[in-house]
Write a protein that binds this ligand. Structure first.
Ligand SMILES: C=CCO[C@@H]1O[C@H](CO)[C@@H](O[C@@H]2O[C@H](CO)[C@H](O)[C@H](OCc3cn(-c4n[nH]c(N)n4)nn3)[C@H]2O)[C@H](O)[C@H]1NC(C)=O
Length: 135
């Protein structure tokens, strides 16, 4: 599936924030954020599943190395609501990737690839992007 939006040739450094603001459609089934070197080498695939692949209101995180998925981690919290606006801030360091949602939910995921710079960021699926800021 083509991403809604994909940035290539970025140079996002540890500590810098990617701030995505958008709207979850009322009939959302699933959306995903991807951060890494390119689409096949991701330090974070963040997949919010409202009702997808047998998961209901579950965040599935994973990494991808040379096109191969790593071990999934499923989060207990699900701070998204269909039809609601949401702000997601992604930043990383050598050890982990941090996703902050609406300023009050934090999800961490290990930086398995040990990337110290990210060139690729994409948004897929049921998410209406209002703005993306790199700062
Ligand atoms: C139980 C049977 C085998 O396990 C299943 O195996 C599936 C295939 O690998 C797993 O789904 C993949 O999980 C990956 C993360 O580990 C990715 O989420 C992969 O989808 C990539 C993707 C998502 N999207 C996307 N998100 N939203 C939309 N519209 N598109 N586009 N590409 C999903 O197809 C799925 O998460 C996994 N389920 C479990 C419970 O382990």
């Amino acid at each position: 599936m083509l991403p809604r939006m994909a940035f290539h040739h970025l140079s996002v450094k540890p500590g810098e924030c990617i701030k995505v603001k958008g709207q979850v459609p009322p009939d959302a089934k699933s959306f995903a954020l991807n951060l890494g070197q390119d689409a096949s080498d991701l330090i974070l695939h963040f997949n919010a599943r409202f009702d997808s692949l047998g998961d209901i209101k579950t965040i599935v995180c994973n990494s991808k190395a040379s096109g191969d998925w790593g071990l999934e981690l499923r989060e207990s919290q699900f701070p998204f609501e269909e039809g609601e606006e949401t702000k997601i801030c992604v930043h990383f360091d050598a050890d982990e990737v941090t996703v902050k949602i609406n300023g009050d939910h934090t999800i961490k995921f290990p930086n398995r690839l040990g990337l110290d710079s990210a060139e690729y960021f994409s948004v897929e699926g049921d998410f209406t992007i209002k703005s993306v800021k790199f700062d």
